[in-house]
Structure formats: C-alpha cells, structure tokens
Design a protein around this ligand. Structure first.
Ligand code: FES
Ligand SMILES: [Fe+2]
Length: 319
C-alpha cells in the first residue's frame, strides 16, 4: 500500500454500483493495493485480494448464495465478516482464527462504490447539485489515464487550456484571455470564484456564450465546478489513485436543462482531448514547489491547489 496517510484515510471511487449488480466479485486497485469487491444484499465489501491459504486472488473466485466469497483455488470460503468458515478439504475442521482476510470499509454513494483503506476520516465527497431535483445527473467515465491524480485534478481546474485542447467546444482560439478571478484556500479546501470564459458550446446545446465558473476542491482528488450563464451545469470529479501515475477519473454531470445531445459521449470526447496532454506531462508527479514550474495570474486555482496539498501533507502523485 502506498504510504500516504491523507489518501489512505480518504474515500475513493472503485467501481460503479452497476458493475456489482450481480454481486461480484471484482478486482480493483487502489493506492498500490489489490482489492476484491463484492456485494451481499445492500452491503458492499472490499478486502485485500489475497487468500490467506496460498495467496490466490479472491477476485477470481465466486460469491456463494450472496453471502460468502469462495476462493477459486481450494474453495476456502470467507463469510461477510472476512473469516474463513469452510476449508472444503477438511469440512469437519473449524478454520483457525488466523484464517481471515484483511478487510477495508466500503460504501455506495452517487451510484458508485467507495473504499477507504484507512479510517475514512472525511465523508465521501458530495456535491449539492447531485441531490437537487432540478438537475439531471449523469455519470461519465471512469476514464483510465496514465497520469498522477493531482495532475488530473489540476487539469480539471485549468481554464487556460480550453481554447487549445477543447477548441470550438469549451474555448475559442481567438478569445484565449482569462480575466482576473479570486482563488483561496479555505478550511474545506480550495475555492475559485468568478472565473469567466467565452465558450463556443458550453452546454453541448450548440450555442456559444460567456459563462462564469465556481471551482471547489473538496478533497485532494475530488473537485467540482458549477458554471452559470443562461443555463447551469455542474460537475463533480473524483480520481481513483490506482498507483502514483495510474488513475481513473469519475465525472458526475448535473444540468438544469434537458440535454439535447448525448452528454456522456460529449464528455468522452472532452476527456479524450485531455488524455494525451495528461499522459505527456513531465514530471509525472505534480511539483508542489512553486518554483518548479512557471505560473501566471490565470493559474491562481492551480497555485492554491498546490499550496493546499502541501499544507495537508499529500504524498501521492506529487513531488
Ligand atoms: S489458495 Fe485459496 S483456498 Fe487455497
Ligand atoms: Fe480539459
């Protein structure tokens, strides 16, 4: 497991609820740790993906009667509390107390299963628009990307790239200027307000307008924005840190209008434009030393994000 108390104690998205509809099991990787996910009724389980008998991956096994997980190798069967309850070669023998998996905490929220490898010190990230009845909510991704989690979050906070990476959709090369805006570190993360940009197609409706963004960074790998103009569109991003430079981006979109084009495909196209940029960035680890890269006034949100990561002692994906 990666040695990073901040992320170890955070909640991370690992699978959609739909992927566990049949109960599982399913493997996932989080912070350098292989885990097995499965479901029993409405309860989700996340264990170390390793049978204590011979180290086989439990994610290759089977859920038995929706209530236990069977190892694929010799059929050792683990109950919901993680204890082995059956060793089929010796059915009469009570498994020793040591025959027990390492269990983590798992919970479902926003259609996704979240896991913490530690205590789950802060709540699962939330975003007010996801529970606002005036908004349609859709989940895009997860998008796997060979980049560090903090590089992915910083890209999400960055408006200066719109005219170049998302030309014709989120930006216009002939209008690349960014007016001054405010960004600050607050007790609950980073907030940037009054971020104004002209967008050729801000809502995937085919009509251009100037929109104003409010960005918030809730947790080191979770951030949101709301953009207001003639309509309102918001997004929550949460990045799964599989390893230091291997991530998945989950993006919940919320809009107060009936989208007239397929929004998931729209987001797929946008992320496909960001991916080669993210995978090309060097160093791969986000430098927290502000002297290490050059910054402009329009990079205020990124500067605040880097400062905040440093303050809270983030270690993964940063240098
Ligand atoms: S390795 Fe799992 S039962 Fe033997
Ligand atoms: Fe982008």
């Amino acid at each position: 497991m990666i040695d990073d108390p901040v992320l170890v104690n955070d909640w991370h998205p690992v699978a959609s609820v739909d992927e566990l509809a049949s109960g599982g099991p399913r493997g996932a990787r989080l912070l350098g740790e292989d885990i097995v996910l499965w479901r029993s009724g409405s309860e989700y389980f996340a264990w170390r993906d390793l049978c204590v008998h011979r180290g086989t991956r439990l994610s290759l096994g089977k859920v038995i009667d929706g209530a236990a997980l069977e190892c694929p190798y010799h059929g050792w069967t683990y109950a919901r509390d993680g204890r082995c309850v059956l060793m089929p070669a010796h059915p009469e023998q009570t498994p020793p107390a040591k025959a027990c998996v390492d269990a983590y905490r798992a919970a479902a929220a926003h259609g996704v299963v979240w896991v913490t490898l530690g205590v789950g010190a802060s709540p699962i990230p939330s975003f007010e628009l996801l529970s606002d009845p005036a908004y349609h909510v859709l989940l895009a991704g997860p998008y796997r990307v060979q980049a560090s989690g903090p590089r992915v979050v910083e890209n999400f906070l960055d408006v200066g790239h719109f005219p170049f990476v998302h030309e014709g959709v989120l930006g216009d090369r002939s209008r690349p200027e960014i007016a001054d805006y405010e960004a600050e570190i607050t007790p609950s993360g980073v907030v940037a307000t009054g971020v104004k940009v002209f967008q050729p197609d801000p809502y995937a409706t085919g009509r251009g307008s100037t929109v104003t963004y409010t960005y918030r960074v809730h947790r080191p790998l979770s951030a949101s924005f709301i953009k207001h103009g003639e309509l309102s569109f918001g997004m929550l991003l949460s990045v799964t840190p599989h390893d230091a430079v291997d991530s998945s981006a989950w993006m919940w979109m919320a809009m107060n209008y009936e989208p007239d084009s397929p929004m998931i495909e729209f987001q797929d196209r946008i992320f496909a434009q960001d991916r080669p940029i993210l995978e090309s960035q060097r160093p791969e680890l986000l430098p927290l030393d502000l002297q290490a890269e050059l910054h402009l006034r329009s990079d205020r949100t990124a500067i605040a994000y880097r400062r905040w990561l440093r303050e809270i002692g983030m270690r993964t994906g940063v240098a």
